[in-house]
Ligand binder design. Structure first.
Ligand SMILES: Cc1cc2nc3c(=O)[nH]c(=O)nc-3n(C[C@H](O)[C@H](O)[C@H](O)COP(=O)(O)OP(=O)(O)OC[C@H]3O[C@@H](n4cnc5c(N)ncnc54)[C@H](O)[C@@H]3O)c2cc1C
Length: 457
């Protein structure tokens, strides 16, 4: 039987960070990837990572702190997320940002998105990130990556320690020994209809976007050995995708975080647009026929950010996915909502901005605690039909801050570690943009380090 010190399941950001971390510590490592290429959901993502205290924030004159990041993570998660994971993240994220930049991963810009009180969404090109980590792995002779090698089951020894992985290679079953530990980094289950039907029946009809290998394999393997789960009651989709989104073309726009509003087919607002887009997704899915539009004016359009995965509103126009009209009358006609209701919706919203009090939904900011809404008054006006996508499950096996997988009694399952989207407990009821890639990198590294050198948490 082959033997390694560490066996990592999955080659997305969490798995690749774990592989580089362990490899640089000199460990003998095997990474198994189910698909014929690395990257998982990571390479489909918008590339936002939530960090604070970076030189990019400093250069932009942004005042932020670990405490403010922590407060936002707790608030946006509705206080049901695990404070020990969040505290660990807040205290260690900057070191991982530096580790990533030190390894050649490029951060190109900074924006405020869901759950941010200041701009802290640092954007990477996720392909560049995965390729850069892969190049590093290739320099490490002690790390082996095997593609088309899905892990099937975890096996434990007589003392109850997970010490082997059963996997498939070229149609045959293989067993590999993991003397120091197994790290599950196999992502979520956004592509698994049976798990979604079981845990998120309310998301029937939501778009499905995500890594094609993301079927919850790691969660099932950990369950078999008694892993507990967290955050499953809070599964929700993400708002802001055009209904035509499919395959590689992900057409998303978040005009609402730049000052747009959301209306339903009746022409009415239905939510405070500054909250987490995971909660916006929940609200949008409850609207008549699940049809909603983002509506904005030229003032918001002028805030379009070229080449930004979430804020390039001009790109939506170039793709001819926007309705554009010189008057509200024309816009209402285009999207088939009652003109008098749309006019009254916008007039009440604009008055609320003037008086400082949104009478209907209490909106005070653009996103979370950041930015000031502006009235919707400057022609031309725009509408973007938007829907909900299940793109990341953000729920899964329970872990502690040493990335040890826990049983229902909060005790570590010996030899078993997990990091990235396969884990629960971090996001809670809402979602901060950038926290999923952020936690994948931070806890991917932690999982490797702790497996090689365990400490008591
Ligand atoms: C469209 C989109 C936009 C997003 N934007 C952002 C964003 O801007 N910021 C952010 O923080 N998050 C974002 N996310 C979420 C984020 O991309 C993921 O949560 C994150 O990439 C998860 O990283 P991971 O390494 O845990 O999993 P993944 O990157 O999904 O990698 C898991 C890997 O494990 C492999 N695998 C699965 N089962 C097995 C098995 N049995 N054996 C071996 N390998 C297996 C998979 O094939 C995959 O390669 C977005 C997601 C999507 C889809």
């Amino acid at each position: 039987m082959e033997s390694y010190e560490l066996v990592i399941l999955g080659g997305g950001l969490a798995g690749m960070c774990a592989a580089v971390e362990a490899g640089e510590k000199g460990a003998h490592v095997l990474l198994l990837e189910k698909q014929d290429e690395l990257g998982g959901s990571t390479v489909l993502s918008s590339g936002y990572m939530a960090f604070t205290g970076t030189e990019m924030q400093e250069a932009a004159g942004i005042v932020d702190s670990n405490q403010s990041l922590l407060d936002d993570l707790i608030e946006v998660g509705g206080g049901v997320n695990d404070p020990s994971l969040l505290t660990f993240y807040a205290e260690n994220q900057l070191e991982t940002y530096k580790w990533l930049t030190g390894h050649g991963i490029e951060f190109r810009s900074l924006e405020a998105v869901s759950g941010h009180s200041v701009p802290r969404g640092h954007i990477i090109d996720p392909h560049q990130a995965i390729q850069t980590l892969y190049k590093r792995v290739k320099q490490l002779p002690n790390v082996t990556i095997r593609l088309c090698a899905p892990a099937k089951r975890l096996l434990k020894n007589g003392e109850g320690r997970i010490d082997r992985v059963l996997y498939e290679l070229e149609g045959t079953e293989q067993t590999v020994e993991a003397t120091k530990g197994v790290v599950i980094a196999s992502g979520g289950f956004a592509k698994d209809e049976s798990l979604l039907e079981q845990f998120a029946p309310h998301l029937k009809g939501a778009l499905r976007i995500g890594g094609s290998g993301n079927h919850g394999d790691g969660i099932k393997m950990a369950w078999e050995h008694g892993a507990w789960v967290s955050d499953l009651p809070y599964l929700n989709g993400t708002y802001g995708f055009h209904p035509s989104t499919s395959g590689a073309v992900k057409t998303q726009g978040l005009a609402f975080y730049k000052g747009g509003i959301m209306v339903n087919q009746l022409g009415r607002r239905f939510v405070n647009e500054s909250i987490s887009y995971k909660l916006l997704g929940k609200a949008a899915f409850n609207q008549p026929d699940k049809i909603t539009y983002q509506v904005w004016d030229q003032t918001v359009m002028d805030k379009s950010v070229a080449d930004d995965p979430l804020y390039d509103l001009e790109l939506l126009r170039r793709r001819r996915l926007l309705y554009m009209a010189d008057s509200l009358e024309e816009l209402a006609d285009c999207i088939d909502v009652p003109l008098e209701v749309l006019e009254e919706t916008i007039s009440r919203y604009n008055q609320g901005i003037q008086t400082g009090e949104d009478p209907d939904f209490g909106r005070k900011t653009l996103t979370h605690n950041y930015g000031k809404p502006t009235p919707i008054e400057k022609a031309p006006f725009y509408a973007f039909e938007s829907t909900v996508a299940m793109l990341a499950t953000y729920a899964g096996v329970a872990v502690n801050s040493a990335a040890e997988v826990l049983n229902p009694f909060g005790e570590p399952i010996p030899g078993l570690y997990a990091a990235g989207e396969v884990t629960g407990g971090f996001h809670g009821a809402g979602y901060m943009t950038g926290s999923s890639l952020g936690k994948a990198a931070v806890f991917g590294r932690v999982a490797a380090a702790r497996a090689l050198s365990p400490i008591k948490v």
